[in-house]
Write a protein of this length. Sequence first.
Length: 211
Amino acid sequence: MNKQIRTEIFTRLREQNPHPTTELEFSSPFELLIAVLLSAQATDKSVNKVTTKLFPVANTPQALLDLGLEEIMAYTQSIGLYKTKSKHIIETCQTLLAKHNGEVPQTREELEALSGVGRKTANVVLNTAFGQPVMAVDTHIFRVANRTGIARGKNVREVEDKLMKHIPKEFLMDAHHWLILHGRYTCKALKPQCQTCLINDLCEYGGKTTL
């Protein structure tokens, strides 16, 4: 796929959704960090159900520590791996208070040093909370990038690197959200909605569905 086609793809995605953002509900970088920690192998919708109850009670590192592990687990138990995720939340809050004055750091290295925070989570926070043009590759983006031909790769990091290299800079800040939403609602894993896809004619996928 050449630069001209990639540019047209993102031009169309931007026209359809000029101001994309995450579907996770948050009002601070810390709330976003906790929501993303909870979102691994869970839907944004299921996370929002938890955080809309949790955050009014505790939405700072100290408040969550004061709440305690057992209480946090009582809020998060509807989410998969909730025990492990709840422990990560406690440990992350401890680190934020001990090393960052309770604030969420703005570098990938410092974020990845937090409990339960990998490269993808760090990139989501950097992009969505702090406006950095980075690419958090989840299963949706990995699928869309490979299917369409925008950036093919055998693993998440390879796709991330190619997306960062090939996506025109004017689209890089929002590309993460456009690709996730496209994968979530149009380029679905089992039944891609090719017949209603606005980039159908530009996509290199060989198994396109028809009506």
